[in-house]
Design a protein around this ligand. Structure first.
Ligand SMILES: *Cc1c(COP(=O)(O)O)cnc(C)c1O
Length: 392
């Protein structure tokens, strides 16, 4: 429990760290330093003297430890949509004779949109094949260039077996790309043992680096030097300051960099990552399961009109619990008004994330009290809660 490391407003129980992590106390001071001691004082010298230029790589090395990867295999930058695009483009180059990208209908839409956009731009006979999550294995055949999946379903929390599906993909000669958006910082990940070629994730969810914080990408070290980046940005060039007219990819993972990195957001990420020093991810996982189980049993006991849509088996679930409820949007607004913050995903899903760094059993019990009050007393049945905001 590291609650004191976060600055969460009094009276709020925050069950939405799966969407946007709360503010780590250390970020304020760190950002202040970056703004005043670096940007203001060093001006352009900051790229060298404050290490801004190398920071996508040094932060990548810190993140690597949290996802079971070696140093020099992860780089930070851009958004997750962009990183997925890069990974997929590289995968298609690796399997030029294959035309199918396989994914599932539990994947986050941006991953599917980016894939479709890329495939359409290639103007060949490419196909994005989207199947049920349970049907992945039976759809893996020798036409599949890349298997592109998100480990934890953003809506239901359903957890894919990353190691097993990667092995199955490899058995038919396909490349495996994993989106770790809802698993990095939530549970142990052993990328190296899993042997996937690519992985990517974001840092503003369970890693608490703030709104708009950059994404990360991992490339397996034995293939990285064969990649010709589709997004051949100048900072991924072998010598960005040689300003050559032709692109030569930089060494290893550096080639997955694109353009100028967001220095202030990287600084926030750097401070946010301090929280993990000395934290055991398997301990986090154990506690997250404990909290989720408590939440499920209390909600089911007290709010029988809510239907669990997350897997009941904790081994098949990430760190979030979702319930379907017809008036889910309005109910979530009423719950938020009661001081418990979760979120809503169309069409009818109320989503609650459990992050043991700052949530304990008391918080779970109190949250269930608020939810029960809203559901049993129909507190959601007010106009002000029914008007959808732009961001749900
Ligand atoms: C949150 C999330 C994203 C977000 O992508 P951005 O480009 O960073 O906005 C993408 N994929 C998945 C699976 C996500 O959960």
């Amino acid at each position: 429990m590291r609650k004191q490391l976060f600055d969460i407003p009094k009276g709020i129980i925050y069950l939405d760290g799966n969407s946007l992590g709360p503010l780590p106390v250390s970020v304020n001071k760190k950002l202040n330093q970056t703004v005043n001691d670096e940007w203001r004082t060093l001006l352009i010298k900051g790229w060298n003297d404050a290490g801004w230029h190398r920071q996508p790589l040094t932060l990548g090395d810190r993140l690597a430890k949290l996802i079971g990867a070696q140093a020099n295999t992860v780089v930070v930058g851009d958004t997750l949509s962009i990183k997925i695009y890069q990974a997929l483009a590289a995968s298609l180059q690796m399997r030029p004779d294959r035309k199918v990208v396989l994914s599932d209908n539990g994947n986050f839409p941006t991953d599917l949109y980016m894939a479709k956009g890329l495939l359409d731009s290639l103007d060949k006979d490419y196909e994005l094949r989207i199947v049920d999550p349970e049907a992945i294995a039976e759809n893996l055949d020798e036409s599949v260039a890349a298997l592109m999946l998100t480990q934890v379903d953003y809506r239901t929390g359903r957890l894919h077996n990353m190691k097993e599906l990667t092995a199955r993909a490899h058995a038919v000669g396909s490349v495996a790309i994993w989106d770790l958006a809802h698993s990095a910082g939530a549970m142990p990940i052993d990328l190296e043992a899993c042997n996937a070629e690519f992985a990517a994730g974001c840092t503003y969810k369970y890693l608490n680096a703030g709104p708009g914080a950059p994404a990360f990408i991992y490339v397996r070290p034995d293939i990285v030097n064969d990649i010709k980046p589709a997004l051949a940005g100048w900072l991924g060039h072998a010598s960005p300051f040689g300003f050559e007219l032709n692109y030569t990819p930089g060494p290893a993972i550096e080639r997955m960099r694109v353009g100028t990195p967001p220095v202030l957001q990287m600084s926030a990420l750097d401070a946010a990552l301090d929280i993990w020093d000395g934290v055991s991810m398997s301990e986090i996982r154990k506690k997250s399961i404990l909290l989720s189980e408590l939440f499920i049993s209390e909600v089911e006991k007290r709010c029988p009109t809510l239907n669990l849509v997350s897997p009941r088996d904790s081994a098949k679930r990430g760190s979030q619990v979702s319930f379907a409820f017809e008036n889910g949007y309005a109910a979530m607004q009423a719950i938020i008004a009661g001081g418990v913050i979760g979120d809503f995903r169309a069409p009818n899903i109320m989503r609650f994330g459990f992050t043991p760094l700052y949530i304990d059993e008391d918080d779970v019990r109190q949250a269930v009290d608020v939810i029960t009050d809203v559901i049993q007393n129909n507190l959601w049945d007010r106009e002000e809660y029914k008007t959808r905001k732009e961001v749900t």
